[in-house]
Design a protein around this ligand. Sequence first.
Ligand SMILES: Nc1ncnc2c1ncn2[C@@H]1O[C@H](COP(=O)(O)OP(=O)(O)O)[C@@H](O)[C@H]1O
Ligand SMILES: CC(C)(COP(=O)(O)O)[C@@H](O)C(=O)NCCC(=O)O
Ligand SMILES: [K+]
Length: 244
Amino acid sequence: MILTVDIGNTRIKGAVFEGSTQIDTFFFTKNDFQKKIKNILKTHQKITHLVVASVGDVEKESFLEFKKELNVHFISHQDPFPFLNDYETPQTLGIDRMVLAAGATLQFPNQNRLVIDAGTCVTFDFIDDKNKYHGGAIAPGLRLRYESLHHFTAKLPLLTLENPKDLIGKSTSESIHSGVVNGLVYEIDGFIDEYRARYSNFIIILTGGDTDFLAKRLKNTIFANSNFLLESLNQTFQYKIKND
Ligand SMILES: Nc1ncnc2c1ncn2[C@@H]1O[C@H](COP(=O)(O)OP(=O)(O)O)[C@@H](O)[C@H]1O
Ligand SMILES: CC(C)(COP(=O)(O)O)[C@@H](O)C(=O)NCCC(=O)O
Ligand SMILES: [K+]
């Protein structure tokens, strides 16, 4: 059994896999994840490997204590990946984006794929049907948009995510909700339309913490799976075992 851990810039997520089946899912904070992982290891005594992908600011050293009982692996740019990386700065490409691209390549063979991860940032990643990773885009995520409107102005309040009543906001709060939510939805649909103008056929995977909120608002048909990064982490590690 494998425990996969995804350290993003907002949350730490974990999942236990038996083969390709996800049997448990967890959310951690920076302060409690060591204690929680210990409990998970007690519950699932067959866990032999801990596989971590991190773009957050958690120290690698905080996983050292698990090395006694487990095989601990941090996914890195040196691992084998099932695609050809055409990014001009491959060493600066987020390891989460590498893992998403690996998952898309392995789960959806022989087709063009666009992966959209709506987390702290919204990232776009495009992998073509010849398994070449092209690159994509990085934009602020939903919560980041609410926070930056508040942080960089004198008058705007900090609001939490809410469904906009209408396109036309009739108050400060309604205007912010429309600007943030409708804005991101139009942005994602706009990106998809532009990709479609270049590539007639591709599948779209939407993942990240805002998956469910966004999926039902997009006009494009997408494959929504908020677990895609954790699943892809498991697959990236299986791929490494076979190809190292
Ligand atoms: N419990 C939660 N805590 C924080 N953000 C959450 C939560 N549930 C959903 N979200 C949403 O998820 C987004 C963060 O997604 P996530 O995939 O966890 O980010 P990251 O991978 O960058 O840490 C935020 O924009 C927020 O709107
Ligand atoms: C773009 C990101 C900050 C996204 O992080 P997340 O929203 O998943 O927390 C992360 O993938 C990253 O640090 N990337 C490095 C730059 C790059 O991918 O080119
Ligand atoms: K992201």
